[in-house]
Design a protein around this ligand. Sequence first.
Ligand code: ADP
Ligand code: ZN
Length: 511
Amino acid sequence: MMNQALDILKRYFGYSQFRKGQNKVIHSLLQSVDTVAIMPTGAGKSLSYQIPALLFEGVTLVISPLISLMKDQVDSLHDAGVSATFINSSLSMNEAWERINKARKGEYKLLYVAPERLEAESFLSLLESLSISFVAVDEAHCVSQWGHDFRPSYRKIGTFVESLPHRPILGAFTATATEEVKEDIVHLLKLENPQVFITGFDRPNLKFSTLKGENKKFFISDYCLQHRNESGIIYAATRKEVDQLQTYLKGKGFLVGKYHAGMSDLDRQKSQEAFLFDKTPLIVATNAFGMGIDKSNVRFVIHYNMPKNMEAYYQEAGRAGRDGEPANCILLFSPQDVVLQRYLIDNNIFNPERKVNEHKKLQDMADYCHTARCLRKEILEYFGETDIPEECGNCSNCTDDRDIVDITLDTQKILSCVLRMRERFGVNLVAEVLKGSGNKKLMELRLNQLSTYGLMSERTIQEIKDQINYLIAEDYLQLSTGEYPVVKCGRKAVLVLKGNEQVFQKVLRKA
Ligand code: ADP
Ligand code: ZN
């Protein structure tokens, strides 16, 4: 079967080989297994259902949420010589009926329908007369309220499939990989023992870096100076910061635009075009910038602030290097970023469950900034990929030649202090106790009487805090979620306290 699939790939679509993810997904579908394919945008989802559709008997129903997208897909299938059509609200009932009739006669291999069609009984009974062997649900995350664009009519798909005289194979396709969305897809679409594939997230040409404790403005102007003639995006968290940073860079003589939701439509459009056509090769922007931006030669994306979660980060950073040439994704981290994001979550109207979830994602993002492990591995694991090498050799942690230092003793000091403090206080206070500071709150709580008080007095508060954050990122400690996160022992704490595990950290070589 895979040989036939490859034949079709060559003959109809003109490509010589499958991409890594496509292979597995197509193979699974051809084995008649319900399949969930989680692949980022651009990884080649469409072919992953179009090719099986051509190999199955009968017709394939593709459920797709956007009318414009449907038409594009059908047009490009026609260009490839594949018979396909769509049915959505842009057609009259007569036209729809005509197309169904043709489908019944076997004139189409693929029939694209909008999910809302499944709400009309009359339409459903028409569909029942077709011999549908495969139902491909595009943008399957729309079935989930956790996803970013929930579509109630996606909830009809499961029962619709059940109502068919012969149950077709189901394939669900999306770029959203979070656990909640994945579970919703499996349950709400009523998939049967599905195989789930998460692939294609790696972007080997992107070099990821995290930097802490830099003078951010200076770093950026220096970077831009050293990379003159390159196009880059600088993301900042707030409109005010965008304004300030752009003014600063302009003052340094750079051709730099800006983009945020506080600007007029016209100004934003002008900025966007100036950037797209390289009149201003640099742009400072909030996360409002990027929807639908497809500029291939962006050589770097710098984050002036840490975004709220890994999904947002990877999407924004991923705008670099679309042309496949090397590009840099640099995240400048400061602890203030976490404070700001935490504030934004707490003051949002999310329900309590959602808040906990957002706090957890924020912590994962902060961990990414603190970890000493391979950043690429960290990202790919976050999105659920497996079998990732320990080191990619192309991220700031892999190429980091700083010394590796044994920090087991310090880790034990910190862990026992956290325990003595009964896992009830935040990073700051734990650091103050270890430092042995005369902080008023600390004194009032009589924390100066703990045996761990002043255990790390030779260090600065900032050094101790950095160390605690590192231990959080590495699961020796953990932060509770909520408005006032407290430090608790993490998954790997016991091992260290029992003396069964050594802890290492890369540190700057002292001059
Ligand atoms: P997605 O739906 O995942 O965003 P598409 O299906 O639109 O991605 O594919 C993105 C691009 O990759 C398209 O231009 C497509 O023609 C191309 N593509 C898909 N599969 C292959 C392949 N095996 N070899 C080369 N190019 C491919
Ligand atoms: Zn790496």
